[in-house]
Design a protein around this ligand. Structure first.
Ligand SMILES: [Zn+2]
Length: 375
């Protein structure tokens, strides 16, 4: 850590060049254990807890990677807002944030995470902040996400659960001084996501990068389409019938070749659902075509039942933020837009005979239109 308490109970910065560490004793402002001052030719000056004395209030033992990135981000945010604190301790929730700042009368805590922590810890810290009116912003070290090509990433369950405001993932690398925002994420399967990648050099970061969604036309849509085709035609041959959904599909008289092109599409708020996109949308589709008419409420109940039966799995944090419901809302909007559903929410007509005539181009044009970025 950068800030400790000295003998006089005053905050001392490890980066202060006049620090008199030979005469002073330092303590951790959070856990009150004594800490050691450290510096060296390759070390940023910092305070460290003694060995075997992990600080209960921090989420990870600090590496140089963590210290460097934290201080860089702090300095940049300090140029942008007036209220900002490094390593602020919140006694009411017993948590210490890497960076705390206020903007437009709202409070934010930045957590820069460089190592794997448990989901429970991440969830507990997120809920802790929310309980005192602070919005957490998880920034992960770039190494924690595996990038596969231009639009695809592999995102672990931990990083998924740290999805921040507007469902973006923030990745930072202090050695490159670069913030990478994974925006408009669309899950394909449990860990594979398509995304618009937005790179921002440290000195160009603004507060809006953290709190607003980076809305751009989704350039990955055609790649997503390709992957869906490949998956249905190829990989299904190897794994297909072990997956209950594909068994259901065949029993219902469909096959991977006749599955409508609006099953397995990237939605704006699809992010909260971990079940592969073809499967959850397919499960819903197979239920819908069993009937002629259905109300919006009944669709929501159907979906809820699938969640309760664990046929559909959600991202742990999103679960609490009702993001899965938003995905369903997006999907209903698409089904109306392409004409599979018609009428009003109290009773939709289901147009089963239209299924095979809806083309893939129509579906993807509708998706772009619903994004609101293309007229
Ligand atoms: Zn401590």
């Amino acid at each position: 850590m950068i800030i400790a308490l000295n003998d006089k109970e005053c905050f001392e910065w490890s980066t202060n060049e006049e620090i008199d560490h030979r005469k002073q004793k330092y303590t951790c402002p959070a856990c009150r254990n004594s800490v050691l001052f450290r510096r060296g030719p390759h070390l940023m000056p910092h305070f460290a807890h003694q060995k075997n004395q992990a600080c209960y209030y921090s989420s990870e033992a600090e590496s140089m990677k963590h210290l460097t990135g934290k201080v860089q981000l702090y300095k940049r945010i300090k140029e942008l807002v007036t209220v900002v604190c490094l390593e602020k301790f919140f006694s009411e929730i017993l948590q210490k944030s890497d960076i705390y700042f206020e903007y437009n009368r709202k409070k934010y805590a930045v957590e820069f995470q460089c190592s794997q922590i448990s989901l429970e810890v991440l969830k507990k810290r997120t809920m802790g902040y929310l309980s005192i009116g602070i919005t957490p912003i998880w920034v992960f070290h770039t190494d924690l996400v595996k990038q596969k090509g231009f639009y695809e990433v592999k995102v672990s369950k931990l990083v998924q659960s740290g999805l921040g405001l507007n469902h973006q993932v923030f990745l930072y690398d202090g050695s490159k001084k670069n913030l990478l925002i994974l925006s408009q994420l669309a899950p394909f399967s449990k860990c594979t996501y398509f995304t618009n990648k937005v790179n921002i050099p440290l000195n160009k970061i603004t507060i809006n990068h953290f709190i607003r969604q980076q809305l751009l036309p989704r350039k990955y849509l055609s790649k997503f389409r390709e992957k869906r085709h490949y998956h249905l035609n190829e990989s299904i041959r190897f794994e297909g019938l072990r997956v209950p959904f594909y068994q259901n599909l065949y029993v219902s008289g469909f096959s991977t070749f006749t599955l409508p092109s609006f099953v397995g599409v990237p939605l704006k708020n699809g992010i909260g659902i971990r079940t592969p996109v073809i499967e959850w949308q397919g499960l819903l589709f197979l239920e819908l075509i069993k009937t002629n008419k259905i109300s919006q409420n009944e669709i929501y109940l159907l979906f809820k039942k699938m969640l309760l039966q664990n046929l559909i799995d959600t991202v742990p944090i999103c679960e609490d933020l009702k993001v899965a419901d938003k995905a369903l809302r997006d999907y209903i909007d698409l089904l109306i837009e392409i004409g599979f559903l018609s009428g009003k929410g109290y009773l939709y007509q289901i147009n089963s005979e239209a299924v095979q005539s809806i083309t893939e181009d129509q579906v993807y044009n509708c998706l772009s239109r619903l994004d609101g970025l293309i007229k």
